[in-house]
Design a protein around this ligand. Structure first.
Ligand SMILES: [Zn+2]
Length: 409
């Protein structure tokens, strides 16, 4: 597979060592042996080789004291990692060091329907601004992880969901971006999958092996973690819960079917229901907001109206949350997760939205499946996509390239 020039060959045992260092940060050799389940002499040999190849470096962690040995960390001089999160209406770009510590994050409005050349051009411009402000050279970019708001064939990165990303189907993002960044390893994934990866590494789902990340925006999709690994399914399409039918005679969805959850409860549906209510004169506040916004409403505005005790707005949000909760109840019955993390723009609709989802999930599941189940809104909602993209590309470069996928974090 053509993955650029920065190929780093890691054996399976070295992958285990790196995985533990990524998970636990700077760590001493004794703790590393314990975490990896290897003998100290085996760890010593592996570490010596990784140090010799400049993949690891030794570091003086404040307060640590382990005899003559220093703590071990990934070598920060290897290069930088880029996360790109393409949404339906925005593009986010970030730069991070090799430990996945975010250095800078920028975003701007975009329209995924403009196609890959224009939207990836926006992402490239944002990245070049970041590189300039951080004084980082293009050639020092080790890898770029890209999230797309639709299904992506893994690991080829081919976009396969033309209904959700018109004009993108069949394109390989790697090939387009590699014209500007020929030395970087570039990989593409579905955005909800990357948000799950971000949540697993730095968000609510840390140390949680079985969880669902639900992105609720214009569309509704989920990233699924089973046994500490991202679950992609047979055709890289696991998690498309937004296309579960909740109304046999409901409106036509982007996917072509009728009555999908997304078409009844996603961000666009919330806005359209509120616009209709405003047009019928049911809510003075929604009418005023609609007039101020050139005859349109957004889901966020409906949330604002609900927070101001507008009863129509509240009923629209409760209706959306109830449908989402009922579908998540089915997901819980199937998957039995420890945690559901809600993210995306619509997840910011507030306590009313979250409370209704929780109520529906608890009401409609087999009781033993919800013992200890947590449902919460992602505290890193604005960056979880780029954080996930950064961890995804780092793990690919160091743990997965040319190796069995079971090594994926
Ligand atoms: Zn659908």
């Amino acid at each position: 597979m053509d993955q650029g020039s920065k190929s780093i060959n890691i054996s399976a045992d070295e992958g285990v060592i790196l995985q533990k260092i990524f998970r636990h940060g700077p760590i001493n050799r004794a703790d590393l042996a314990k975490e990896a389940g290897f003998s100290r002499s085996k760890v010593s040999g592996l570490v010596t080789d990784l140090l010799f190849r400049d993949i690891l470096s030794e570091t003086n962690r404040p307060g640590s004291c382990h005899g003559k040995w220093k703590d071990l960390d990934i070598n920060q001089h290897l290069g930088y990692l880029v996360g790109i999160d393409i949404g339906t209406t925005s593009v986010d770009v970030s730069l991070a060091d090799c430990s996945c510590s975010l250095m800078e994050h920028q975003f701007e409005a975009s329209n995924v329907n403009d196609g890959p050349e224009i939207v990836l051009g926006q992402a490239t411009n944002l990245l070049e601004e970041i590189l300039q402000s951080q004084n980082v050279k293009k050639a020092d970019i080790l890898g770029i992880g890209v999230g797309i708001p639709g299904p992506v064939r893994f690991p080829s990165g081919e976009v396969i969901g033309g209904q959700f990303t018109p004009g993108w189907e069949g394109h390989k993002i790697q090939e387009i971006l590699s014209k500007d960044f020929p030395g970087a390893v570039i990989m593409t994934e579905n955005d909800a999958n990357l948000m799950a990866v971000g949540s697993f590494n730095e968000g609510l789902a840390q140390n949680t092996d079985n969880f669902i990340f639900v992105k609720i925006g214009t569309g509704i999709g989920a990233g699924v973690f089973c046994g500490g690994q991202l679950y992609r399914g047979a055709t890289s399409c696991a998690g498309h819960i937004g296309h579960t039918c909740v109304d046999l005679a409901g409106p036509v969805c982007r996917c072509g079917n009728k009555g999908c959850l997304e078409a009844k409860a996603g961000g666009l549906a919330i806005a359209e229901i509120a616009e209709a209510a405003a047009a019928e004169g049911k809510s003075k506040l929604l009418m005023r907001l609609k007039n101020e916004n050139r005859g349109r409403l957004t889901a966020v505005q409906v949330g604002e109206a609900a927070a101001r005790q507008d009863q129509i707005a509240q009923s629209i949000i409760i209706g959306s949350a109830a449908l989402i909760g009922s579908v998540l109840a089915g997901v819980v019955n199937l998957h039995n997760p420890e945690l559901i993390v809600l993210g995306g723009g619509v997840s910011k609709l507030g306590d009313l939205f979250l409370a209704e989802i929780r109520r529906e999930v608890l009401k409609r599941t087999y009781s033993y499946t919800t013992i200890g189940l947590r449902i919460g809104i992602s505290p890193i909602n604005d960056t979880v996509g780029v954080i996930g993209a950064t961890h995804f590309i780092r793990d690919w470069i160091f743990l997965m390239e040319g190796k069995p996928l079971s090594l994926a974090l």
